[in-house]
Design a protein around this ligand. Structure first.
Ligand code: GDP
Ligand code: MG
Length: 687
């Protein structure tokens, strides 16, 4: 047992670990990483988020926005073992970075604070950990600001977790301030020291009584899954300390409890206990490899946690090696083919990458120059590529921007830049809209897209301008008409002649376009009829209101021709003229796309959602409790595409950042009145 009593070394995993620091926005993850790095000697002095001196958040974008916008990796050593910590962004917009690294970590530390408003965010993050089967601790941070009992805080946070939150430390209060803690497994009291290990003190008086009571509660929870311990408790037998540690480790790894530790990241309080808990209780790389189904052998197997393109060092792929060894020159493949040859293995420390030697199983490192590796890929060195170990499907996107290179000459660079962008972050996607000639980036929110645009400029040297993407308006007609379309030109020698009579009729919504040939007696020769149809189709791309025309039929019912002057070209033009002249008389009307939207939000925000939806011309179809989500609702509505455009911004601000939605096209609906007039006028102005 170590100096502070550190549990059974027998069950302890050794070797490199990989630990994710996750949790709501602003809960102290970046600060905790800094404290860990200082405590383990990886950095000289603990920097602060407020001064912008931390290892995490050191990217230009993170400093600029004063928030973590992507995962930061840092490797350090603690008591002879290597640890890589990953500071994951807390905002839902950047949650993909967390979701991509989770499969490969041994455990996660959920940093949170006693703030009721952040419970839904906490729940969202815990749900990811629960769904991906990742053992996790809760580090209840900022207890220097605590204004309520820790037990009350646990009660407040418990609904966010599917497994019991297991309080394993209780605070020692000194008046209004928490001055230290009692570790319930060790049964020892500690007094916090700023930026230094806590000092052991005697446990006595009232603290001793509270310790007994809280320890009993902790043991009771553990005993729910351990009959032997249950018997000991019933018979009033004190379980041996090692047994308690073993149970804590086992139930954490089985993910049936979530142990809670206390701390103050800014002062590095509770950090050593956290590190020791990780050392003794978190699974090691072998267990993680087993959880993922890594086939044991001599080949290297790794998961790409994140790829990024550095301005000078080229492409870097941060990866966790889960079997074998990999170094300079190792060729790695994915199931899609060769990913590249490793050129440089790097140690991770925020924005700094230090070249090092070959990596061995369990280590988290960056590989240089794996040109085809993407975030989430499974890499392997064997002849036969290893099966994909993870499949983290990104959340459906909720917001889009249309982007264009600021300078014409950069147009050619856009395509490759988009590939890099989406390789790095699978929750971004790029869509080319052939109809509007727009390139549209879809993402997880306003800040996510803003940062993506910044990356295009800063990392890939393509400054872009952005605007809202166009809405897929259409138009149709309400009245039938029969219209002659005639094209006659006599210019010198060879003339042009085509003559058509078109019957134009509205069709029911969703019918699209139908062309009919009702020519009898060869008044328009058969071979010209496809040309008439072409002319008609072409004219329908741009109706009298400025949009593609749908839900109508056009029948060619009559016409005439000229033996010398008629041609495909002449009939194409004639068909075109018939439509252009006919449609304005058919009472054209605007059609707008209506989508089915499903919003998810904490129940207390449901009323606000209803108001937001109604305010945006939405038709509420109903709401229900969200299946499997304690305290959440689902609201379903039909909503115009134009109103969905920036809907997410309002939804997020009404739900402390956690609300979201999915949508899919439902139908086109007629739009008239002022809104329609404005849309038509805007279209005209743009032409
Ligand atoms: N009082 C107090 N403030 C803290 C503590 N930990 C972090 N903070 C502050 O909380 C804010 C958010 O911290 P940060 O590490 O950026 O949170 P993150 O968004 O989770 O990475 C910063 O202003 C920190 O200085 C703590 O233990 N106590
Ligand atoms: Mg942060």
């Amino acid at each position: 047992m170590g100096q502070n009593g550190t549990g059974p070394n027998g069950t302890r995993n050794s070797g490199p670990r990989c630990i994710a620091l996750v949790g709501p926005f602003q809960s102290g993850k970046t600060t905790l990483l800094e404290a860990i790095l200082a405590r383990t000697g990886a950095i000289q002095r603990q920097g602060t988020v407020d001064a912008g001196t931390t290892i995490g958040d050191a990217s230009k974008e993170a400093r600029h926005h004063k928030m973590s916008v992507e995962a930061t990796f840092a490797t350090t050593n603690f008591m002879g073992d290597q640890y890589t910590f990953i500071d994951c962004p807390g905002s839902i917009e950047f949650i993909q970075d967390m979701r991509s690294v989770l499969p490969a970590v041994d455990a996660a530390v959920v940093v949170c604070e006693a703030d009721e408003k952040k419970v839904p965010q906490l729940q969202l993050i815990l749900r990811e950990l629960e769904d991906q089967n990742i053992p996790h601790f809760l580090y209840l941070n900022k207890i220097d600001k605590a204004d309520k009992r820790v037990r009350e805080t646990i009660k407040l946070l418990q609904p966010a977790s599917r497994v019991p939150l297991l309080l394993r430390q209780i605070p020692i209060w000194n008046g209004e301030i928490i001055s230290g803690f009692v570790d319930l497994a060790l049964e020892r009291a500690f007094v916090y020291k700023e930026h230094a290990p806590s000092e052991i003190v005697d446990l006595k008086g009232e603290d001793l009584n509270r310790e007994k009571e809280a320890r009993f509660t902790m043991l009771e929870t553990l005993a729910d899954h351990d009959d032997e311990l249950m018997e000991q408790l019933l018979e009033d037998i004190q379980p041996p300390r090692d047994k308690v540690f073993d149970d804590l480790a086992k139930e954490l790894r089985d993910r049936i409890v979530c142990p809670v530790l206390l701390g103050v990241a800014t002062r590095s309080n509770g950090v050593l206990r956290l590190l020791k808990a990780l050392r003794h209780e978190s699974p090691g790389a072998d267990e993680t490899a087993k959880r993922l189904g890594v086939k044991a052998g001599s080949d290297a197997v790794a998961i790409v946690l994140k790829t990024f393109h550095t301005t000078h060092g080229g492409k870097m792929s941060v990866a966790r090696l889960l079997a074998g060894q990999a170094g300079d020159g190792t060729t790695l493949s994915t199931t899609a083919g060769e990913a590249g040859r490793v050129s440089g293995v790097f140690k991770l420390m925020g924005q700094h990458f230090d070249k090092r030697g070959q990596a061995t199983s369990g280590e988290t490192i960056a590989f240089g120059k794996l040109d085809s590796a993407k975030t989430g890929d499974t890499l392997s060195s064997g002849k036969q590529p290893h099966a994909e170990l993870t499949q983290v499907k990104p959340y459906a996107p909720v917001l889009a921007i249309s982007v264009q290179a600021k300078e014409r000459k950069d147009d050619v660079k856009l395509g490759p830049a988009f590939t890099k962008l989406t390789d790095e972050d699978p929750s971004l996607s790029v869509v080319h809209n052939a109809e509007s000639h727009e390139v549209v980036i879809w993402g997880q929110g306003e800040m996510h897209l803003r940062v993506a645009a910044e990356h295009l400029a800063d990392r890939f040297a393509v400054p872009v301008s952005t605007r809202p993407p166009s809405v897929g308006y259409r138009e149709t007609i309400r009245k039938p008409i029969t219209q002659r379309g005639r094209h006659k030109k006599q210019s010198g020698g060879h003339g042009q002649f085509g003559d058509t009579v078109l019957e134009i009729k509205p069709l029911p919504r969703g019918s699209g376009f139908k062309f009919e040939d009702r020519i009898t007696g060869g008044v328009v020769p058969r071979n010209y009829i496809p040309a008439v149809e072409e002319g008609v189709t072409d004219a329908l791309k741009h109706g009298p209101l400025g949009f593609p025309v749908v839900d109508l039929s056009v029948a060619l019912i009559d016409g005439s021709y000229h033996t010398v002057d008629s041609s495909d070209q002449a009939f194409r033009t004639a068909g075109r003229i018939g439509i252009v002249e006919g449609l304005p008389q058919c009472q054209p009307v605007l059609l707008e796309p209506i989508h089915l939207v499903e919003i998810v939000c904490p129940t207390e925000a449901t009323a606000k959602m209803n108001a937001i939806l109604s305010g945006r011309r939405g038709q509420i179809l109903g709401f229900d409790t969200r299946e499997g989500w304690n305290g959440w609702d689902t609201v379903r509505a039909q909503m115009p595409e134009a109103e969905i455009g920036d809907l997410i911004i309002e939804v997020r601000s009404a739900t402390a950042g956690v609300g979201s939605f999915i949508f899919k096209f439902d139908h086109m609906a007629e739009l008239t009145g002022r809104t329609a007039d404005q849309i038509i006028a805007a279209r005209r102005a743009a032409e």
